[in-house]
Design a protein around this ligand. Structure first.
Ligand SMILES: *[C@@H]1O[C@H](CO)[C@@H](O)[C@H](O)[C@H]1NC(C)=O
Ligand SMILES: *[C@@H]1O[C@H](CO)[C@@H](O)[C@H](O)[C@H]1NC(C)=O
Length: 270
């Protein structure tokens, strides 16, 4: 079958820049911390080959900023990171709105005292889980702000009664977000994955990155070697190189594994 392009993903889909809603989130992710913890996890799961996360981060020199060019660049490892975080999974819409007053209109945020190194769009494929929106955006805004990123969160929702097509939804998220960008780096992020350690930095690298290497739902291990779900990071170029996600997988599951194959075939695995 001819694979369609990421720009032909539109079908019964609607994008909203994030809006805050409410309530209960049940699956929690521990994302391993950037250095020591992560090495342990990787070692334990013998998954080092595919986890480029340890490769030297690319300092993004192309990121333009509409800020005072005299400002210093933000540090790659900001000092006020907390490490392990408490995840609040019962945040309501009202609470989130009150506490997230620093977010700019449209869900944007960037640091005011330094030039962000990365412009990151968080794309969240979504359907029918409204109770998870408030805990997700509440957690992620605070998390990403501490990392001094220029970011926005996009919730990409599939309408209608067709089976869920997560790949297509994420492709649309990419295209729509880029219209508001440009973004240098994209996180494709499940709504039920909340990072538990803010030292796991959301920047892109020379290879696609898998962030959810140790999720609580899988007892903090990779469920299988090719598992590439939960939360991944690709640069705009990497995403275009693999022609985005498959548009042809309907029903839950599959698109993450398929993305892993695309990355492998394109030679970006190692
Ligand atoms: C942050 O990124 C957005 C999207 O590219 C851009 O519109 C905005 O100007 C950036 N902010 C700064 C301070 O550069
Ligand atoms: C949405 O979720 C409710 C309750 O979990 C379920 O009954 C309904 O069928 C779901 N709708 C769709 C379109 O998946």
């Amino acid at each position: 079958m001819q694979e369609t392009s990421i720009y032909q993903s539109y079908k019964n889909l609607k994008i909203w820049s994030f809006k805050i809603a409410l309530a209960v989130c049940f699956l929690v992710l521990l994302v391993a911390s950037f250095m020591t913890n992560l090495e342990k996890v990787i070692h334990k799961n013998n998954a080092h080959k595919r986890l480029e996360i340890l490769s030297v981060p690319v300092t993004n020199t192309e990121s333009k900023c509409e800020c005072n060019q005299q400002q210093p660049s933000c540090p790659l490892h900001p000092q006020d990171l907390k490490g392990r975080l408490t995840v609040m999974d019962k945040v309501t819409l009202t609470e989130a709105e009150t506490k997230l007053e620093r977010v700019k209109k449209g869900g944007f945020w960037w640091p005011s005292d330094c030039k962000a190194i990365w412009r990151v769009a968080i794309i969240v494929p979504y359907r029918n889980r409204s109770s998870q929106i408030a805990p997700f955006v509440f957690h992620m805004h605070r998390y990403l702000q501490r990392q001094a990123l220029n970011y926005s969160i996009y919730i990409a929702e599939q309408e209608g009664n067709d089976p869920f097509n997560k790949g297509r939804v994420m492709n649309v998220g990419f295209v729509e977000a880029q219209k508001e960008g440009p973004w240098d780096c994209f996180a494709f992020h499940d709504i039920d994955m909340l990072p538990e350690d803010d030292r796991n930095l959301y920047y892109c690298a020379s290879q696609p990155r898998h962030l959810a290497v140790a999720a609580s739902q899988f007892h903090y291990k990779l469920p299988y070697y090719q598992f590439f779900g939960g939360a991944i990071l690709l640069t705009t170029d990497q995403f275009k190189t693999v022609n985005g996600f498959s548009n042809s997988l309907w029903g839950w599951g599959g698109s993450d594994d398929e993305m892993w194959n695309r990355i492998k075939v394109s030679g970006m695995e190692k």
